[in-house]
Design a protein around this ligand. Structure first.
Ligand code: AMP
Length: 408
């Protein structure tokens, strides 16, 4: 049966075939019929579940031939996601005459203005740059029929919500709206009330569970041995491609340089790098020229990088949902992957918050042939202080390492 049962237009079925998709993913099974019916949809599926095609296919199918007015608008929190979503639309719609466009900040206006003025049917955009283009008279939104607010919680985190509201104000009231968000904080709930009509909620699996096909473990370690352990892990683990997540841009730069000095081919992705550097980093990593991508959360959220064999959290994320997003980079679609988290003593409340969030205890293991220094992280006693965002979990019953365990 595959995709043929949905009643998508024949040109899109051809596009799906060309992409090599044979079976719809769970979010596609749920979302495609609803959007085809014209329902507003709230999706809580993580990225990596096929959610872009879940909204792209029914929207494109309903769109008919090119009209050269923006009829589909997809708002994204980052330039990379906007570019990625435009590519996905372009790929799926390759047998139609529909015109795609993308606008985001950090680059010149020239090419974007030209493409907007030539006329496009589908626009993927970051909010600030889109408002700039509207202000310059380069585009209008009064013909928008389909609005997609993707990664809505991240747009909120990044302070884009006022811009998003301004943009929605410029779209016709009579439209279809889809919203995707890993979590629904109160501001997003308010946005939903204000922008959506009787939305249908689609939750794939438990919203909080990380991808099922990912094995994840924690490596406790003393703070000043973190980078040694990272190097040892990379030496011992049989990885194809790995993303190393760091908490700050500065740490990402430092770890990136360290790994380069140790003869790894490394790309670095964070928001302080120029657009060109970010694109080169991503493209090189996708094409296999770099085996390691060192990234911060904001830069990496939602990125579609195929077949990442490992995710290493060099720093424990301070927001539990970021853990789920980060390890969503591995085990995407049909692949399986491993996710490792380095944990120092101060991280314990954050790790406990993550474990409560995903409702699962993450196994602690030691790396073989690595000489560990003693650290409070190996003691089963409370840590002083309280971690922001860690839901008040401090110390108490935690863990003790289970001794060494061989991996691969
Ligand atoms: P997304 O969650 O939209 O970022 O998609 C994650 C990855 O899954 C992308 O590389 C898609 O091309 C791929 N994908 C989407 N739908 C399918 C499908 N039905 N079968 C196989 N791969 C898919």
């Amino acid at each position: 049966m595959g995709f043929s049962k949905f009643g998508l237009s024949p040109k899109l079925i051809e596009g799906v075939k060309a992409m090599g998709y044979t079976e719809p993913t769970p979010i596609q099974l749920r979302a495609i019929p609803l959007i085809l019916e014209g329902r507003d949809v709230i999706g809580s599926a993580q990225t990596g579940t096929g959610k872009t095609a879940a909204f792209a296919l029914p929207i494109l199918s309903k769109l008919g031939p090119s009209g050269r007015d923006i009829r589909v608008l997809i708002l994204e929190p980052t330039r990379e996601l906007a570019a990625q979503v435009e590519t996905a639309f372009r790929d799926l719609a390759r047998f139609t005459d529909l015109q795609m466009g993308v606008v985001f900040g950090g680059v010149g206006y020239g090419k974007q203005t030209d493409s907007l003025r030539r006329g496009i049917d589908v626009l993927a955009a970051t909010p600030g740059r889109l408002l700039d283009h509207i202000g310059r008279g380069n585009c209008r939104l009064e013909k928008v029929e389909f609005l997609v607010l993707d990664e809505a919680d991240r747009m909120l985190d990044m302070g884009f919500l006022p811009d998003v509201r301004r943009i929605i104000d410029r779209c016709p009231k009579q439209r279809h709206t889809s919203l995707f968000s890993a979590t629904i904080p109160p501001d997003i709930a308010e946005l939903i009330r204000w922008t959506m009509k009787n939305p249908q909620v689609i939750e794939i699996g438990a919203r909080r569970s990380p991808a099922e096909n990912v094995k994840h473990v924690i490596y406790p370690v003393a703070d000043d041995q973190k980078s040694d352990l990272l190097r040892a892990l990379l030496d011992q683990v049989n990885y194809d491609s790995v993303i190393v997540f760091c908490r700050t841009r500065h740490r990402a730069d430092r770890i990136g340089s360290l790994l380069k000095r140790n003869n790894h081919s490394v790309a670095i992705l964070h928001s302080n790098r120029t657009q060109r550097e970010r694109e080169q980093a991503l493209q090189g990593f996708r094409e296999g020229r770099y085996e390691v991508l060192v990234a911060t959360d904001i830069a990496a959220r939602g990125l579609d990088v195929e077949e990442v064999s490992h995710v290493i959290n060099y720093d424990v994320p301070h927001h539990p949902e970021d853990y789920v997003h980060r390890i969503g980079r591995t085990g995407r679609a049909q692949c399986t992957g491993d996710a490792f988290t380095l944990m120092v003593a101060e991280d314990r409340p954050f790790v406990e918050a993550i474990e409560r969030f995903i409702d699962r205890k993450i196994e602690r293991i030691k790396l073989e042939n690595f000489t560990y220094q003693h650290s409070a992280v190996f003691e089963n006693r409370p840590v002083q202080g309280r971690a922001r965002g860690a839901l008040g979990a401090v110390g108490g019953k935690t863990f003790f390492p289970r001794g060494s365990k061989k991996r691969r």
